[in-house]
Design a protein around this ligand. Structure first.
Ligand code: FAD
Length: 533
């Protein structure tokens, strides 16, 4: 069985009777990567996610698969080396979810440019960057041609280097599906409420279905806590001390229409207090982020505030001479970085390195890290769990593409092929290929009609989300499958009704259920823009 939402009951029944090798708590990128890794190694594994896959921080990042150039300046060479290498692996596994993009580093003078070049050169060495992907410097007319929007009076030079742009939530879904294809199981809307032990050793988890309220036990020889910002809460269920504590750092992004900020290139700007700000043009929008402030507890998910938005706008004036207003924003999102506390360090100084901890009861916890390094994090966590349960495995080649990753020659060609089978505008084909890769054909064969007359989302995407990607709620489809709420925010309000109709028909919702789903999503869409008030 795959991630077919209509088969949920069967999946829940199976979870109650099977005794798994491994239970994974948390369906963000960390848990999804672990499910894939464990299942490919031959462990019988089940991933349990309280809300929706990627509903935590893994749908709310800056969406860069990157080595983190700024960490090099902080001396975190190991983190940068590993991340720079891992980004190549992600690109191999899912080229549609790791699009190579040039990143512009604007420099105020030649001295600053030289400083960037030294850093970027070291970064390229650590990451063994290919010749075609090496950096270059621009100034004068060439720079104006490359990024006409940049204010060259303030920034007459720039160093341009390679990074990769992903879609975090879809990377999570692709990993969950790869795990399932390798024999694993995954259930969303199922919350872990207790850790079950026998003779003081972890032997399973107690769960509660968030749709029906049903409670039951899932048995497993090993349990990995991959709950990101919630790892401390899961450790508390184990009733044993954690070796270190966590600190959560809030980061926000806002989305504006491309005609308000017509930047051509992804750009790394610096805020007034020396924080990195990424400007990322995507389709007919651009998003800006991020902030880095301490947040107390993940019980209350943070909201974007007006002051934070103004903070992101300030550099836009300096770099592009553009004054953005809150009313220009189409939407926003806020995420929480799960960082491992380091005494005396601010959140921006804390290392993004991940750690694997083992409690006396045998609970494996993976904490910290970044989206970019998820594959290596999964490897480390599964190694530890295999030690705990005494599972021996042969080293395997785990480089098979993720679902949709087998795109052939190039994304461009894949998009062109799509337009041959399904007549559509180039931008539309490009959008689909970036979301679904080689599976775009299969998605369109379920329905190629757009849901809105001039819109981008097609009916087949809704069916695909239900049949193949475990979408249970309207929010899952709008926010984390089609990504319309983030990348096509101008359409999202109008998309609510037609998506709800299709989901009602496929999942047999009552009128009441449909109305509740619509009300819930409308509330979320309004909350995303509450800072404009
Ligand atoms: P999450 O994605 O939060 O997943 C944890 C999951 O556990 C959640 O889905 C939650 O519902 C589930 N859960 C919690 N409690 C329970 C329970 N009791 N039972 C079952 N499930 C439970 N990294 C990069 O590499 N590149 C970037 O560009 C980047 N940008 C970032 C920008 C911001 C603003 C932030 C905040 C982070 C950024 N990161 C980036 C870091 C990266 O996003 C995170 O490290 C990563 O997404 C964390 O993934 P995770 O799976 O550990 O946590």
């Amino acid at each position: 069985m795959g991630l077919d939402s209509s088969q949920r009951e069967t999946l829940l029944n199976e979870a109650q009777v099977e005794d798994f090798d491994l239970i994974i708590i948390g369906g963000g990128i960390t848990g999804a990567g672990i499910l894939r890794e464990a299942s490919l190694r031959g462990l019988s594994a089940i991933l349990i996610e309280a809300e929706d896959f990627a509903s935590g921080t893994s749908s709310k990042s800056t969406k860069l698969i990157h080595g983190g150039l700024r960490y090099l300046a902080m001396g975190h060479v190991h983190v940068v080396r590993e991340a720079a290498r891992e980004r190549k692996r992600v690109h191999q596994l899912a080229p549609h979810l790791a699009e190579p993009r040039w990143l512009l580093l604007p420099a105020a003078n030649r001295f600053e440019l030289a400083k960037f070049v030294v850093g970027v050169t070291a970064y390229e060495k650590l990451g063994q960057v290919e010749k075609n992907d090496k950096h270059f410097n621009l100034s004068g007319e060439k720079l104006a041609e490359f990024e006409p929007l940049l204010d060259q009076k303030n920034f007459p030079h720039a160093c341009v280097y390679r990074e990769y742009l992903t879609d975090d939530a879809r990377l999570v879904i692709a990993n969950v599906r790869a795990g399932i294809q390798a024999g694993g199981k995954a259930i969303n809307k199922l919350k872990v409420t207790g850790i079950y032990k026998e003779k003081d050793r972890v032997r399973g988890v107690e769960v509660e279905c968030q749709l029906s309220g049903e409670r039951f036990m899932v048995r497993g020889r090993g349990v990995i806590n991959a709950a990101g910002p919630w790892v401390e809460q899961i450790c508390a269920l184990d009733d044993l001390p954690m070796p270190k504590s966590m600190v959560l750092s809030k980061g926000i992004h806002v989305v504006v229409p491309a005609d308000k900020l017509p930047a051509r290139q992804m750009t790394f700007a610096v805020t007034e207090d020396d924080r990195p700000l990424f400007i990322v043009p995507r389709g007919n929008t651009a998003y800006l982020g991020t902030t880095d402030t301490i947040h107390k507890g993940a019980e209350i998910w943070p909201e974007v505030t007006g002051a934070e938005v103004e903070y992101l706008f300030e550099p836009i004036q300096r770099y592009y001479g553009i004054s953005l207003k809150r009313s220009d924003c189409l939407t926003s999102w806020a995420g929480l970085r799960p960082l491992i506390y380091q005494t005396g360090k601010s959140t921006k100084e804390i290392s993004r390195k991940d750690e694997v901890w083992l409690s006396e009861s045998g609970l494996v916890t993976i904490a910290g890290g970044k989206l970019t390094g998820y594959r290596k994090m999964a490897e480390d966590a599964v190694n530890k769990a295999c030690e705990v349960i005494g599972f021996k495995f042969e080293p395997l080649d785990l480089n098979d593409p993720l679902p949709g990753g087998d795109i052939g020659t190039s994304l461009r060609q894949c998009a062109l092929d799509l337009t041959q089978s399904f007549p559509m505008a180039d931008e539309q084909a490009e959008r689909l290929v970036k979301l679904y890769g080689a599976e775009s054909h299969a998605v369109l064969s379920l329905g190629s009609q757009t849901l809105l007359p001039e819109g981008s989302v097609v009916s087949g995407e809704v069916s695909w989300a239900i049949e193949e990607e475990g979408a249970q709620n309207l929010e899952d489809v709008l926010y984390r499958r089609t990504r319309a709420a983030l990348y096509s925010p101008a359409e999202s309000l109008e998309l609510v009704a037609p998506i709800a109709e299709l989901m009602s028909a496929r999942l047999g919702w009552s009128t009441d259920r449909r109305d509740q789903e619509i009300a819930q999503v409308n509330k979320l869409l309004a909350a995303d823009l509450a800072f404009r008030a």
